[in-house]
Design a protein around this ligand. Structure first.
Ligand code: MZP
Length: 505
């Protein structure tokens, strides 16, 4: 007979946090939100951490290169979707990695004989207003000079004239020598009041450029997440079908964190794929497994598959109909607490800490806060980021309001059959959908939405007397709420200006 577990499946909105003692130093300015992604032990510290506990879902309508760039700049991580050809996913990774490197390889290069009309065309395509001139127009050619949009007047100068007539020649350009540190390169920019510093090797060939605006951006984004070469970091989704081709291509492109994108990760297929990756790359690969909803699956993926982190959640996603279609899943709060409890037992037994990600179903900031209090090290969100300017979908006007399309990976639109099947299964044309096609309102930029969520999270952490996420989860005391107290949590016995009284237009 089927086993029935006694506990009811619960979700985040059924809980409230009870304030604990707040001391004088428990103020938002003292809070550090750094959180691990890779496994760690007392002997071996983690290989990868986030500066804020938020990652974006591996979905077509959420995580492209723009989302990855924006999230990394704010200290989080995007998982670029894998329901696309391998070369296209790798190209997105490459775009993130080349976005900002401190030392940027030059993308727009001119020959001395290029005419101004061609320069304008390149500027229109790339948006670049500063272009180095090399003898052969290649990024590593012999450096001859530099042309910026201040050097010529588009509507006054002869557009058929060559670049060599307008560029600042090498003898008047301030440049750095290969090997100079980024700090010293920035000091050269400051000292000579320049916007761009070409870096040349001993033979006078161009190697890279350093921009003042990158320095300014960096100072404005203190949480920015960079790799060892000062490039922005990005995560990627992978599946259990083509990982032997996809993972090497993504590694080559510079992906930092890998995660299986699967609706049910408690499978031998995922274990084998994880073992393959570990054998091939050792600790150089940071690999997440999932999705799972209980302690048995945690043990399986961690002990048998050797994954770095696990992702929790089946059927809770805002666009997900898996529970209705197939009858599998678990309330997200119950699933998270079961996996966190097993993780904590595993840590006590082995001394190895496995980060847990709560994925999907977070309907508002409060639920994000409760998930972190319940022990998630970070949360993955689709809808939340689909609503931002940086998501890869076009704006659509519906009834006078602006929306963006947001669709599930299990919808007919995404046709990500690899997420719902395992190696060996053929694309049988998706006999049924597990996700829907929807719209979400635009709420602003990633920076804008994160600033509100982070302010609320820090404020709650102060109520609990916690300055780190680890302490937050250790100190958190949660109370279950009745339907009546849920009603009480909203406004009561007043007419709300927003909800009840129509405002005059
Ligand atoms: P949400 O943040 O929009 O509530 O949920 C996003 C999560 O839903 C994703 O990270 C993924 O785990 C899951 N997902 C994506 N597509 C589907 C689907 O089509 C889905 N069913 O469940």
């Amino acid at each position: 007979m089927a086993k029935i577990i006694d506990e009811v499946s619960r979700t985040f909105s059924e809980y409230l946090l009870m304030p604990q003692l707040t001391l004088g130093n428990h103020i938002p300015e003292n809070i550090v939100l750094t959180t691990p992604v890779a496994k760690s032990s007392r002997a071996a510290p983690g290989r990868f951490s986030l500066n804020i506990p938020f990652v974006s879902a591996s979905m077509q309508s959420v995580s492209g290169a723009d989302m990855a760039i924006s999230l990394a700049r704010h200290g989080g991580l995007a998982f670029i979707f894998c329901s696309q050809p391998i070369d296209e996913q790798a190209a997105m990774v490459a775009r993130v990695k080349s976005h900002k490197a401190g030392f940027v390889p030059s993308d727009s290069n001119l020959r001395p004989e290029t005419n101004l009309r061609e320069v304008l065309e390149i500027r229109r395509k790339t948006g670049h207003s500063t272009m180095p001139v090399t003898h052969n127009g290649q990024r590593n050619g012999r450096f001859l000079g530099i042309l910026t949009d201040k050097d010529f007047w588009e509507f006054e100068d002869d557009l058929n004239a060559p670049v060599s007539d307008f560029m600042t020649p090498k003898e008047h350009v301030v440049f750095g020598t290969l090997g100079v540190s980024l700090h010293d390169a920035n000091r050269l920019l400051q000292k000579h009041k320049k916007e761009c510093l070409p870096i040349l090797d001993k033979d006078g060939s161009l190697r890279s450029l350093v921009f003042k605006k990158d320095y300014v951006d960096h100072m404005n984004n203190p949480d920015e997440l960079l790799d060892g070469q000062k490039r922005l970091v990005t995560g990627v989704g992978v599946n259990t079908h083509d990982y032997e081709e996809r993972m090497p291509a993504l590694m080559e492109a510079g992906a930092d964190v890998f995660c299986f994108d699967s609706s049910d990760g408690y499978t031998e297929f995922q274990k084998e794929a994880a073992l393959w990756a570990r054998k091939k790359y050792g600790d150089a690969v940071i690999l997440g497994g999932g999705n799972i909803i209980d302690g048995n699956a945690f043990r399986y993926l961690v002990e048998e598959g050797g994954v770095d982190f696990v992702k929790v959640g089946i059927g809770g996603g805002s666009i997900c109909i898996t529970r209705e279609q197939k009858g599998i899943g678990r309330g997200q709060a119950s699933a998270l607490m079961a996996v966190v409890a097993e993780r904590n037992r595993y840590y006590a037994e082995t001394g190895t800490y496995i980060p847990v990600c709560s994925d999907g179903g977070l309907a508002n900031d409060t639920q994000i806060i409760i998930a972190l209090a319940m022990g998630a090290d970070f949360v993955m969100m689709g809808r939340y980021f689909a609503m931002t300017i940086e998501s890869p979908t076009p704006r659509v006007s519906i009834g006078g309001r602006i929306y963006k399309p947001y669709w599930g990976e299990g919808s007919n639109r995404a046709r990500n059959w690899q997420r719902y099947t395992n190696r060996g299964a053929q694309n049988a044309g998706m006999k049924f959908e597990e996700g829907i096609d929807a719209y979400v309102p635009i709420v602003g930029s990633v920076r804008e939405v994160l600033s509100v969520t982070l302010a609320k999270l820090k404020s709650t952490m102060c109520n609990i007397g916690a300055l780190t996420l680890r302490t937050f989860a250790e100190k958190a005391v949660l109370t279950r709420i009745s339907e009546q107290s849920f009603v009480e949590s909203g406004t009561s016995n007043v007419l709300s200006l927003d909800k009840d009284i129509p405002r005059e237009l």
